[in-house]
Write a protein that binds this ligand. Sequence first.
Ligand SMILES: N=c1c2ncn([C@@H]3O[C@H](COP(=O)(O)OP(=O)(O)OP(=O)(O)O)[C@@H](O)[C@H]3O)c2ncn1[C@@H]1O[C@H](COP(=O)(O)O)[C@@H](O)[C@H]1O
Length: 109
Amino acid sequence: MIAADVLQHIGDTLEARKESSPSSSYVASLFHKGEDAILKKVAEEAAEVLMASKDKDRLHLVREVADLWFHSMVLLAHHGLRPEDVLVELKRREGISGLDEKAARNPQS
Ligand SMILES: N=c1c2ncn([C@@H]3O[C@H](COP(=O)(O)OP(=O)(O)OP(=O)(O)O)[C@@H](O)[C@H]3O)c2ncn1[C@@H]1O[C@H](COP(=O)(O)O)[C@@H](O)[C@H]1O
């Protein structure tokens, strides 16, 4: 599956960048700055997704979602996690209705 290959490749690149110099790599510079800098980028990119959506600019939206996914993967890598961990969780949820899952969490509501 192409999508899984792309995510796996990005995961490998992110791991390799942990050994790179911050001056030669954007990802290495983010790792070097630490968790707060990574979280700031995730928050900024999420806000940019909202603005692209409100602007009804489809190409801009795709690019901003790519930025958000990418920085979320940097955050995962910071915590020693990989994109595949999210894919496993999404796979686990396949076929489970969001409404049923929510009802199971809050049986009285
Ligand atoms: N997919 C990406 C990717 N998507 C977005 N970005 C960077 O994320 C940043 C997004 O920040 P903004 O949109 O806010 O733009 P900006 O104002 O320039 O950023 P800041 O100065 O505010 O940090 C830009 O610098 C983009 O270049 C990415 N940088 C790297 N990758 C992948 O990561 C690999 C490793 O990158 P390096 O570590 O730079 O070699 C690359 O080969 C790509 O596969």
